[in-house]
Design a binder for this molecule. Structure first.
Ligand SMILES: O=C(O)CCC(=O)C(=O)O
Length: 305
């Protein structure tokens, strides 16, 4: 990474010192994926999706956001207008959820995130047929926003123990646009596992699902590093349920809407968390897609999920 690019990285508004940042290394598709995932806590796969299909998904999402007035012309540049008619058109949480479900289930989006290319990689990873949740976490992050530090386990732990997250950028994401990061070695941190294992955010709302310690403090305390990279169309990042991750702040100077989607895969033979399965997944608190901050207007600040 170049010195200048690193300087644009902030979390919760705080500059991340260069010494705490390193590059995510691409996985070797020709050697054992499960072993690499176990060793490093993540798999960065370059060009696993078809970049042309990812670009089609990007445009599909942007045109849906433009319908509610949230994208400037030309729409396919992907810049936020700073305005929104979403809540006027979709006044209730249910309406907002139905809108976001329709965007998340767009044909072009699904042919990337649930398509045969990524499903093949997942079957190779599990060494048996893979299946995905029907629910998908499509995100549109405007400048100034970020995802908090967390592990995924407390949000989706009622099914397979072999569940993995697959995070796919749906636009090019430079270091200043709020890329995802993982904390190096965090999949092996016993205190994080102990704190979150068995915690279910829908059963116990008295405890947060995310990590309250500041990302920089935790990284320093663990002598860890923020691992990130610039993401291109076709890339994806796979990680397990105890890998600590979040996103840097979107500091895009021109207002780029950072688009990404996280999906979850597991061996098809394992039980599936029923909140996220089937044609109309109930998701968190039975709200369906209305549980996601992304279902709310881009002009409103929101919390994760
Ligand atoms: O895209 C983001 O900002 C967050 C993604 C995430 O938290 C996840 O993949 O679990």
């Amino acid at each position: 990474m170049t010195q200048t690019s690193k300087l644009s990285l902030t979390v919760n508004g705080a500059a991340v010192p260069d010494i705490f940042v390193d590059e995510l290394r691409p996985a070797d598709l020709n050697s054992d994926l499960a072993q690499q995932l176990g060793d490093k806590g993540y798999l960065l796969l370059r060009h696993v999706h078809d970049p042309v299909e990812v670009d089609a998904a990007r445009k599909e999402v942007l045109h849906r956001l433009a319908e509610v007035g949230e994208v400037s012309d030309p729409v396919e540049s992907g810049l936020a207008s700073g305005l929104s008619r979403r809540r006027d058109i979709y006044p209730t949480t249910e309406d907002l959820g139905a809108f976001w479900q329709s965007v998340s289930e767009g044909k072009a989006v699904r042919s990337v995130i649930n398509g045969p290319r990524i499903t093949r990689v997942m079957s190779t990873l599990f060494q048996e047929p893979a299946q995905h949740f029907s629910f998908a976490w499509l995100r549109a992050m405007t400048a100034g926003r970020a995802s908090p530090l967390h592990v995924d386990h407390p949000y989706m732990n009622r099914g397979s123990k072999r569940l993995v997250t697959c995070w796919s950028p749906l636009c090019r994401i430079s270091l200043s646009d709020g890329p995802l990061f993982i904390l190096e070695g965090s999949h092996n941190w016993p205190d994080i596992r102990q704190q979150f294992e068995g915690h279910d955010v829908d059963h116990d709302s008295s405890r947060p699902g995310h990590i309250e310690e500041s990302p920089i403090t935790l990284t320093q305390r663990k002598a860890s590093r923020f691992l990130t990279t610039e993401f291109d169309l076709g890339d994806c990042l796979i990680f397990g349920m105890f890998t600590v991750h979040g996103s840097f702040d979107n500091n895009s100077a021109n207002g780029l809407i950072r688009l990404s989607c996280d999906t979850r895969f597991q061996p098809a033979a394992d039980p599936m968390d029923d909140r996220f399965a089937g044609p109309d997944p109930a998701a968190h608190n039975g709200l369906g897609y209305g549980c996601l901050s992304a279902s709310r207007p881009l002009t409103e600040a929101g919390v994760l999920r």
